[in-house]
Write a protein that binds this ligand. Structure first.
Ligand code: B1M
Length: 218
């Protein structure tokens, strides 16, 4: 039953039909489909098809924009559910997270932030197109245990290295762990730039963050 609902949700995103995306997301929540299943099986499944269609020239920028806006509306419905199901009362650590300078992709970064917050981290989301110095000042201001950087473009991922260099120059690198992610980012890239870890998706990001701040893997 939920498989059919998720397939329709994915298709409505691919078809660029925000009203259907919202209605089907509401239906999925109302019928008790777990929030991560709605995200993975419906929204991300659709978004990855949109990305493939864009890559092969079948879709253009407006298609990406429509799909992203529909997904944002759906995420606004799913995120409170995610939080509600993961009531955690003690902070697991303080995270400053953002998408690096020049990059306005926000959905993956926001999902990672929401998942971290749902798992007990105190999250300060700096948004997108975040200047290097803003990561540094926010890490200092919030006494962060972890800085998380997202980059979706091959042309912006170098910003992650620059932030790490700036954290070092500011004398903060010993106190703060650094986690990186985003579609073009890899384990190898994380090693090259001296990050403490790379996570492929939001679930892996929670496990990594917990490991980095010494909160275990559970
Ligand atoms: Co853009 N875009 N886009 N785009 N866009 C990509 C990334 C692209 C791969 C599409 C393609 O060609 N197939 C391509 C990048 C190519 C490259 O550099 N290798 C691309 C391009 C080229 C562009 C523009 C340059 C297009 C143009 O203008 N000609 C432009 C750049 C704008 C800019 O940033 N300066 C652009 C613009 C846009 C929109 C604004 C229209 C829109 C974003 C809207 C928004 O976010 N509000 C958009 C979208 C939607 C996409 C695709 C289709 C989907 C991205 C997305 O939201 N995915 C994307 C294709 C794709 O990725 N398949 C594409 C869903 C999201 C949940 O996944 O962000 O990967 P993702 O996050 C995952 C993981 O990566 C990981 O966990 C998340 C959850 O599982 N993760 C982390 C992410 N951050 C993490 C941080 C962590 C840990 C894990 O720790 C801190």
């Amino acid at each position: 039953m939920s498989t059919d609902l998720l397939a329709r949700l994915s298709s409505s995103l691919v078809d660029g039909d925000p009203d259907a995306v919202v209605a089907l997301t509401r239906e999925a929540i109302a019928t008790d489909v777990p929030p991560m299943t709605i995200i993975d099986g419906g929204l991300l499944a659709g978004m990855s098809i949109v990305g493939e269609k864009y890559s092969c020239g079948e879709y253009f920028l407006p298609h990406l924009i429509v799909a992203a806006n529909a997904m944002k509306q759906a995420m606004a419905l799913v995120e409170p559910e995610l939080r509600r199901r993961q009531q955690v009362f003690e902070s697991a650590g303080t995270v400053v997270i953002g998408t690096v300078k020049g990059d306005i992709h926000e959905i993956g970064k926001s999902l990672v932030g929401t998942m971290l917050s749902a798992h007990g981290f105190t999250v300060h989301d700096l948004g997108v197109d975040v200047p290097i110095e803003r990561f540094v000042s926010a890490a200092r201001e919030h006494d962060a245990t972890l800085v998380g950087m997202s980059a979706l473009l091959t042309t912006t991922m170098g910003g992650q290295r620059k932030v790490i260099e700036a954290l070092t120059a500011a004398g903060l690198r010993d106190r703060v762990k650094v986690m990186v992610g985003g579609a073009p980012v890899s384990e190898r890239w994380a090693e090259q730039i001296g990050a403490d870890g790379y996570a492929e998706d939001a679930v892996a990001a929670v496990a990594l963050a917990r490991r980095l701040v010494g909160a275990g893997n559970g």
